[in-house]
Design a protein around this ligand. Structure first.
Ligand code: SIN
Length: 282
């Protein structure tokens, strides 16, 4: 069975002694699922995964899911190439703000897999923050405020109402659908969710997509959201990965937020990304 080494006090583990192309062993698949439930981000180094291997790995954790609004690879609709070319120095970067993925969907992704193909010599790290730790250490008055409350999520970058200015948008190697009024639809999820497997509770609020709390206006919600995000993104609850080619990371999209750093102008960065689905968060 693989070795599991915890990477920080609250989040992340490195798994060693596995070849992710050989997933026939049900005990190995169960060990990977159980490590993800316990640590929420798994790092496996020195892998050599093709896209089919990556999809098989993704299916260990849930059903393969195709994301809306982001153009997949022409050769495979289940895979997104997270690519920034060396010359793409202006604007933002894909995932370059604290967020979880697509929380404005009725069933947001349960998790994702990134497979590092080309990594800048310096920079391009990804950071994840444990929303379980953030919830557990939240001041009592904010826990009481969130108790039983729902939050409203909107697909702001893809819709009309909150459409971002063109110059702040991610680079052009990743094509996205913009201006879709359907993305302006308000979708409600509990502000605090429970992992059905472990019973762990976590914040489920999204700095990109959460607009307000149910029953409150955006203005009334903002001071609460600001306090909560400041806490939820504390370095204490986070792990930062300096990628190497051949790294594979699997993360729980519901128990974490993540952030792609944008500090590698002049270098190319390419990771392949797949996503898995499970029941909606509750
Ligand atoms: C993302 O999925 O948000 C991008 C992560 C990354 O490129 O580091």
């Amino acid at each position: 069975m693989p070795d599991v080494t915890q990477l920080t006090g609250y989040i992340g583990a490195e798994i060693s002694g596995v070849d992710l192309r050989a997933l026939d062993d049900p005990d190995l698949r169960a060990a990977l699922r159980s490590a993800l439930s316990a640590h929420h981000v798994l790092l496996i180094r020195d892998q050599d995964l093709g896209l089919d291997d990556q999809k098989r790995l993704t299916e260990v954790f849930g059903d393969l899911m195709q994301l809306p609004y982001v153009a997949p690879m022409a050769e495979d609709p289940a895979v997104i190439a997270v690519l920034k070319e060396a010359h793409e120095d202006s604007g933002g970067v894909f995932g370059g703000e604290w967020h979880s993925d697509f929380s404005f969907l009725d069933t947001p992704p349960a998790g994702s897999v990134l497979n590092a193909a080309e990594i800048p010599p310096v920079g391009g790290d990804t950071v994840w923050s444990s929303q379980k730790a953030a919830f557990e250490t939240l001041p009592e008055h904010l826990k009481s405020f969130l108790d039983g409350r729902k939050a409203v999520h909107v697909g702001k970058p893809y819709g009309v109402r909150f459409a971002p200015a063109a110059k702040t948008r991610a680079n052009s190697s990743i094509r996205m659908t913009r201006g879709d009024p359907e993305a302006d639809r308000e979708v409600l999820h509990p502000a605090v969710i429970t992992d059905p497997e472990t019973g762990a509770r976590a914040l489920f609020l999204n700095p990109i997509y959460t607009t307000r709390f149910e029953g409150l206006t955006e203005e009334e919600s903002r001071p609460f959201l600001e306090q909560i995000y400041k806490h939820a993104t504390r370095p204490d609850f986070s792990m930062r990965l300096k990628w190497r080619r051949g790294d594979v990371v699997i993360w729980d999209n519901r128990m974490t937020l993540h952030y792609a750093t944008n500090d590698y102008a002049g270098s190319r960065r390419l990771l392949y990304r797949t996503t898995f689905r499970r029941a909606p968060p509750a």
